[in-house]
Design a protein around this ligand. Structure first.
Ligand SMILES: NC(=O)C1=CN([C@@H]2O[C@H](COP(=O)(O)OP(=O)(O)OC[C@H]3O[C@@H](n4cnc5c(N)ncnc54)[C@H](OP(=O)(O)O)[C@@H]3O)[C@@H](O)[C@H]2O)C=CC1
Ligand SMILES: O=C(O)[C@@H]1CCC=N1
Length: 276
């Protein structure tokens, strides 16, 4: 992990990447963040001791990898500034975008001809080195450049390489997925309070249950179906709860929610405010 890395956008996902890379042992001196809000810059400097600048061209000059972590509607403002950055390092600079919905050809069209672009859909568990990242190379990214992206992202979680056409579906499952779980946990905590637990008890019970279930699912080699069956005693309490989830359309809600997410991702590049 010796390459120098710039992260443009020090918001939620930019910070998750920064924290994940530092936790994984990347020296802070090899990292620079571009952030335009001075309050946010001060927070990042205080929390991570990282160099923060508001000058994209300055940050990107001489680095081997630039991550873009701004909102989709800011991409078109960022690219011309990135295109101006000096790229005289020995290795060609790789642009890795974490932005939802904007296809690689939009970046390729604004950056110098033939620039390698790799599109990634990450998620916020990157903050604790438990990200799920899906990586899709653009047309000019070669295998060695994809390997660099995979290696950097493997230091902050798991990585899957997928064709770019799969990224809307990926966004619907892993990109936005953490929010579905947080909503579920929020609802479980409220439900525990309604059943007479204190909020603190309910939160501790729900959070550890989700954490333990996630580890079990990831490490036991069993499927979600197997693990659910193991909790569900015939005629027991879990069966009573699951019957209510089915009756109230949990599966349908998940299908509709993920379809809406994928559709929004697919339409993102065509929104008038972020048209190229
Ligand atoms: N949050 C998530 O879970 C995920 C987000 N993503 C993608 O990551 C991207 C960022 O999302 P998120 O981190 O949530 O958003 P945030 O709004 O938290 O972060 C974006 C940051 O970029 C800064 N910024 C905007 N324009 C510029 C610029 N020209 N130069 C420097 N900094 C700039 C913003 O500053 P200011 O506030 O001043 O505008 C803000 O601090 C999005 O494109 C999103 O699709 C992908 C997967 C998951
Ligand atoms: O909500 C969003 O648009 C971003 C992309 C995936 C997660 N957060």
């Amino acid at each position: 992990m010796s390459e120098r890395v710039a992260i443009i956008g020090g918001g939620k996902i930019g910070e998750a990447l920064l924290a994940g890379l530092i936790n994984a042992g990347k020296p802070v001196k090899d990292l620079v963040v571009v952030e335009r809000s001075s309050a946010r810059s001060a927070e990042l400097i205080e929390d991570y001791g990282v160099r923060v600048t508001s000058d994209i061209a300055d940050a990107a000059s001489g680095v081997q990898v630039v991550f873009i972590a701004v909102k989709p509607d800011a991409v078109d403002a960022v690219l011309p500034l990135l295109a101006k950055a000096d790229d005289s390092s020995e290795d060609e600079r790789i642009t890795i975008t974490l932005v939802a919905g904007i296809p690689t050809d939009r970046y390729e069209a604004s950056l110098p001809a033939g620039s390698p672009v790799i599109r990634v859909m990450p998620n916020t568990p990157m903050l604790v080195n438990e990200a799920m990242c899906a990586v899709s190379p653009g047309r000019y990214a070669n295998d060695a450049q994809v390997d660099v992206a995979v290696r950097l992202l493997e230091s902050v979680g798991k990585v899957m390489v997928v064709p770019e056409r799969s990224l809307d579906a990926v966004t619907a499952i892993s990109g936005s997925g953490p929010a579905y779980f947080f909503l579920m946990v929020e609802a479980m905590i409220d439900a525990g309070v309604a059943l007479g637990l204190t909020r603190q008890q309910s939160a501790e019970l729900a959070v550890q249950t989700v954490k333990g279930s996630g580890v079990l699912l990831a490490e036991s080699g069993l499927t979600a179906v197997d693990l659910r069956a193991a909790v569900t005693s015939p005629g027991g309490t879990t069966a009573a709860a699951l019957r209510e989830f089915e009756k109230h359309g949990l599966r349908h809600a998940v299908n509709e929610a993920t379809a809406a997410c994928a559709k929004t991702s697919a339409q993102m590049a065509r929104r008038p405010e972020i048209e190229g």
